[in-house]
Write a protein that binds this ligand. Structure first.
Ligand code: UT7
Length: 326
């Protein structure tokens, strides 16, 4: 029994914020952002949009692509660091919007590694035969938690959502081959948003101190990302007795083009086999890999039988990988 992705969908908000727009907002340049991150533009959700709004569109597209009706979904998993509200979960809000009742629905919190964590949970539920059809969604609006006067963080993030329908299959030739998830909570203060949590509820003081914004130790996170993503990629290959030459496409978390290039170089994968779309969307956190996968599949970069390796890294710190045969 394997879990197989049978349909994908994604949605990015209409509004585009370019590096040139950012030049007018903070002391930065298109050249700095392009060369230091690989980003050129990113999408910004409208005031009316929250995580569930983006998620619902992506989910409907994935269901249509899979040819599956919402009523046939056994479980909804939604990875996000930017839910509609503290509770109920955004997954429950999406469930209601899809017109389903009774299926399990919950959110997963693993920051930018949220997709890999969600995929790992999905794989276990399907392999154990508990559920047959799972809707996995990621949706992030990190730009809501950005200090637009802080050039260290405000150029990096973008909003979006991506979804997929995953179903059990007896086909041994395709599906999820393996997933792995890791964390090191001693680095929790490398990348975080403090304000709004139970340790620091929203107050005039927390807002004045800008505690509701993303804080990141960029350089430290960069080094950890390269190390952890490289280790995860190598772990996925060795666990399955495969070599880097077997990989048809690597879809890494899109946080920085220099991280992506360093990881590909360390594992010995040529750049033609690495999917990059960071220039269009920036860092969309848990959304980046499934958004890239949807684009890659629809754009013909992934064909039946291809071996696709996905690796992520994010706040927590968390990291992990998933290997799939398309
Ligand atoms: O998705 C989850 C994981 N996230 C990541 O993995 C992100 C990892 N980190 C990074 O991608 C990079 O560390 C950044 C892109 C955030 C920063 O790049 P860096 O090469 O590590 O730069 P830095 O933080 O060491 O800063 C170098 C200089 C500093 O100036 P000084 O102190 O040397 O004068 C910064 O103030 O670059 C400056 N700087 C900027 N300059 C122009 C920082 N941001 C900007 C900016 N425009 N937007």
């Amino acid at each position: 029994m394997r879990a197989k992705i049978i349909g994908t969908g994604s949605y990015v908000p209409e509004k585009i914020l370019t590096n040139y727009d950012l030049e007018k907002m903070v002391d930065t340049t298109d050249e700095w952002i392009r060369t230091r991150t690989g980003m050129v533009e990113r999408r910004i959700a409208s005031k009316k949009e929250a995580a569930s709004d983006l998620a619902i569109i992506a989910a409907k597209r994935a269901l249509k692509d899979a040819g599956v009706k919402a009523k046939d979904i056994d479980l909804i998993l939604l990875a996000t660091a930017t839910p509609d509200m503290l509770f109920p979960s955004t997954a429950c809000i999406v469930q209601a919007a899809l017109g389903i009742k009774g299926s399990g629905a919950f959110d997963i919190s693993a920051a930018c590694t949220g997709f890999i964590y969600a995929l790992s949970i999905t794989e276990q539920y399907i392999k154990s035969r508990k559920y047959k059809t799972i809707l996995l969604i990621t949706s992030e609006l990190l730009t809501r938690y950005i200090d637009w006067t802080d050039r260290n963080t405000c150029v990096l993030f973008g909003d979006g959502a991506a979804a997929m329908v995953i179903q059990s299959t007896n086909d041994r030739k395709s599906g999820i081959i393996s997933t792995s998830i890791h964390a090191d909570g001693s680095y929790a203060d490398s990348l975080f948003v403090q304000g709004g949590g139970s340790r620091c509820v929203v107050s005039h003081e927390s807002v004045d101190k800008k505690l509701h914004f993303v804080k990141m130790r960029g350089n430290e996170t960069f080094k950890m990302a390269v190390k952890a993503m490289t280790a995860s990629a190598q772990e996925a290959l060795s666990y399955n007795g495969l070599s880097v030459n077997d990989i048809d496409l690597l879809i890494p978390h899109q946080a920085n083009i220099r991280i992506i290039n360093a990881v590909s170089k360390k594992i010995g994968l040529p750049s033609e086999k690495v999917y990059v779309n960071i220039e269009k969307y920036g860092n969309t956190s848990a959304v980046s890999i499934p958004l890239a996968l949807d684009e890659a599949v629809k754009g013909g970069r992934v064909s039946k039988g291809d071996l696709v390796l996905m690796v992520a890294f994010g706040g927590g710190l968390t990291w992990g990988a998933a290997l799939i045969r398309w």
